[in-house]
Design a binder for this molecule. Structure first.
Ligand code: FE
Ligand code: FE
Ligand code: ZN
Length: 279
């Protein structure tokens, strides 16, 4: 069964997210643990969470992919921003345990001129402070487009973070197709080569989820402007190869395309149609 879905608003709680996912034809989804621009999170209503867990179990659906706020930057040069990052991250991990065994994805951070090495050290420091032995969540580093001073612009930077994290068995990677394309990885003409490189540097066993987005810009543009599937520089044929690739096809695919509900419903249906149930 293909695991596919889009981002869904978390404003109305967990059961509402589950129902909205079903409405879109999704079998997984992503959601912001709090306002994507930051701020505090709503208290968790255990009854609401349980209704979602029951619904998900009844459907036989698997993991969901939470997303940390964009403002979370562990390697800011401002102490108060780094403090917010740790507080929000810790609190989010605690909240994630209400829905055990899922994914929590985050943008590693922007070093804002302090250098990649310093940035990587601060990101690992946050992870070493916030990860704990008994947690059931897997934390995912997202591959980034390399706009501005973003860390995670190449596989080596993700490897460097993982190397500095003690509880690295709690860590995985989320591959964003728009970001790696913008970062210079040619997933259109050399998907196999890119995945081999990922395997060599990070390890394919670390790859846990895919953000499936087309790109408004060319290979290596470092821009990070998402396009609808088939309407950007990556193109429909490449996505058919991506969703059916043996190294990717079992992973949850999350759409972060500029769309409304009918648009996501259409994209989900289109991609399901192109997914081969048997290879
Ligand atoms: Fe993201
Ligand atoms: Fe993404
Ligand atoms: Zn993006």
């Amino acid at each position: 069964m293909m695991k596919i879905g889009s981002h869904i608003s978390s404003a109305k709680g967990y059961e509402a997210m589950g129902k909205q996912a079903l409405k879109l034809g999704a079998s997984t989804f992503a959601f912001f643990t709090r306002n994507p621009r930051g701020g505090s999170a709503k208290a968790i209503d255990q009854t609401d969470v349980q209704k979602f867990l029951d619904l998900w179990k009844e459907k036989g659906y698997g993991k969901i992919v939470a997303h940390a706020p964009y403002t979370l930057n562990p390697c800011s040069d401002k102490p108060e921003v780094r403090r917010f990052a740790k507080e929000a991250f810790s609190e989010d991990l605690e909240r994630m345990e209400h829905t055990p065994g899922n994914y929590y994805n985050f943008h590693p951070g922007s070093h804002v001129g302090q250098g990649a090495e310093a940035g990587i050290r601060m990101i690992a420091e946050l992870l070493n402070e916030c990860l704990y032995e008994d947690m059931t969540t897997t934390v995912l580093l997202e591959t980034m487009a390399g706009k501005g001073s973003e860390i995670g612009r190449n596989f080596e930077e993700l490897r460097a973070i993982l190397d500095q994290v003690s509880l690295s068995d709690k860590m995985g990677v989320c591959l964003d197709t728009c970001h790696v394309w913008d970062g210079g990885y040619d997933i259109v003409t050399d998907l196999d080569g890119v995945l081999e490189e990922f395997d060599r540097i990070v390890g394919l066993e670390r790859l846990k989820a895919v953000h499936i987005n087309d790109s408004m810009n060319g290979l290596g543009s470092h821009k990070d402007r998402h396009a609808r599937i088939g309407e950007g520089h990556i193109g429909w044929e490449a996505f058919v190869r991506i969703i059916n690739h043996p190294a990717l096809r079992e992973l949850p695919f999350i759409l972060e395309t500029p769309n409304d509900d009918p648009g996501w419903t259409r994209e989900i249906a289109m991609l399901r149609e192109a997914y081969r149930e048997e290879l």
